[in-house]
Design a protein around this ligand. Structure first.
Ligand code: T5A
Length: 208
């Protein structure tokens, strides 16, 4: 599908500040007269929201195996790409996603230690040629991020991992950024909200 819009993804560990920064940047973009679509992963479609419940909030999913988890995240994304993202990009919209395929590379590949070539193959099958133009990783010590994210009442299976798991996730993002420096930019999530927002704005201006 021909694409005239821009696709921006936000990534990082739990509580790093993605959602907060997306809200701020979208407010600025809309004030600038841009048409912006915000999506979250897993979810964003009717099929995807059902998968999100199974992956994150269902108490019955406690015994889910990493292989099943990988396939469910990718199933949600395959639907999102074809139902929502590609049509929006074809219409020239700016699409901003709160997580995308880098989350699978890092959480399932590095965090869960699934076979990286298998993760890459399944990941790429799910997204086809729909790759982000820019990916912003907000890097934060997981001890700080988990503390920030604490207090949510909803049971979240993905937030019940060991610190070692979240440390691997953090290192996984840093390694990805090292491999793809043109697309993936790292921001220091321990700075103030305003400082991070300003850096994101500068990076976005280059892409838009
Ligand atoms: N997952 C996802 C996979 O394993 N594989 C995949 O392929 C995909 C797509 C998603 C889970 O699924 C996993 C990863 C996750 O474990 P989620 O509910 O969407 O779960 O959770 P997260 O994406 O981690 O979102 P969070 O809400 O936990 O974190 P955010 O969005 O990064 O953080 P945010 O903005 O909500 O901020 C958290 C708190 O910190 C404050 C905010 O005000 C808020 O209270 N804050 C700051 N405080 C001080 N200074 C700053 N700079 C701050 N920035 C934010």
């Amino acid at each position: 599908m021909a694409r005239s819009g821009k696709f921006i993804t936000f990534e990082g560990g739990e509580g790093c500040g993605k959602t907060t920064q997306i809200e701020r940047v979208v407010t600025r973009l809309r004030a600038d007269g841009r048409t912006v679509l915000i999506l979250r992963e897993p979810g964003g479609t009717s099929v995807g929201e059902q998968i999100r419940h199974v992956l994150q909030h269902s108490q019955q999913s406690i015994g889910m195996l990493p292989e099943a988890e990988l396939l469910l995240f990718c199933a949600s994304r395959a639907q999102l790409v074809r139902e929502i993202i590609q049509p929006a990009l074809a219409e020239g919209k700016i699409v901003i996603a709160d997580r995308f395929f880098d989350s699978t590379t890092v959480y399932q590949g590095v965090g869960r230690k699934l076979n990286p070539p298998a993760v890459q193959f399944i990941n790429e099958f799910a997204i086809g040629d729909c790759r982000p133009d820019l990916t912003l990783v907000i890097d934060l010590d997981p001890r700080v991020g988990l503390e920030r994210a604490r207090g949510r009442e909803l049971f979240d299976r993905m937030e019940n991992q060991s610190l070692d798991f979240y440390d691997r996730v953090r290192q996984g993002y840093l390694a990805l950024a090292w491999q793809e420096p043109a697309r993936i930019k790292i921001l220091d999530g321990s700075q103030s909200l305003a400082a991070i927002e300003q850096q994101i704005w500068e990076l976005l201006r280059h892409v838009l």
